[in-house]
Design a protein around this ligand. Structure first.
Ligand code: FES
Length: 178
């Protein structure tokens, strides 16, 4: 019986572009991913990770879809998403600004650097600029401790920052990302 269910589900996936009413074909990809894990609830983290790569972030709609497909309570799915820092429920910008809040950076003024960036960009930590270009987040260490306090923008690192240098950075260096 369960084998028959599995076959009919596979057949359905093969004939449809998507199984989601929105018509978004990424949900068909998500179906295939969940199928590859046999809709196993213990694979939730891997499935969430794949979903985030497909959609860029985990919307309430995507979380509901996963919860229903894996037959997991939505509260459990939200609990996992909010527990792990690698998951985000907000759309991310084209470029990621990561402010290091590791000990080395913290003692050299990371908090002031973050505050200056928030002021200059007009967004808070975890938010994205209105044009969708820059997102601001924090990390425990970005591996540039010798340059503390440091931030990264995508793969580029900017170090030995201060609130004044942040102003310059936003006015000059960040222009190449926008
Ligand atoms: S503590 Fe900031 S880069 Fe390591």
């Amino acid at each position: 019986m369960s084998e028959q269910k599995q076959i009919s589900h596979s057949a359905r996936l093969a004939t449809l572009d998507t199984t989601h009413p929105s018509g978004d074909p990424r949900f068909a990809d998500l179906d295939r991913t969940m199928e590859s894990y046999n809709f196993d609830p213990t694979s939730l983290i891997q499935i969430l990770h794949a979903a985030q790569q497909m959609f860029g972030y985990l919307s309430a709609d995507v979380l509901r879809y996963i919860s229903t497909s894996l037959k997991l309570p939505i509260s459990h799915v939200y609990g996992v998403v909010t527990f792990y820092h690698l998951f985000t429920m907000k759309p991310r910008g084209k470029h990621q600004i990561m402010v290091c809040r590791g000990t080395g950076c913290h003692v050299r003024g990371a908090t002031q650097v973050l505050e200056a960036l928030q002021k200059e960009l007009g967004i808070r930590e975890g938010e994205t600029t209105k044009d969708g270009l820059l997102s601001l987040a924090t990390a425990r260490c970005i591996g540039a401790c010798a340059l503390a306090p440091a931030i990264s923008v995508d793969d580029d690192v900017y170090g030995k920052l201060s609130p004044d240098k942040v102003k310059d950075l936003v006015k000059n260096d960040l222009k190449k990302y926008v």
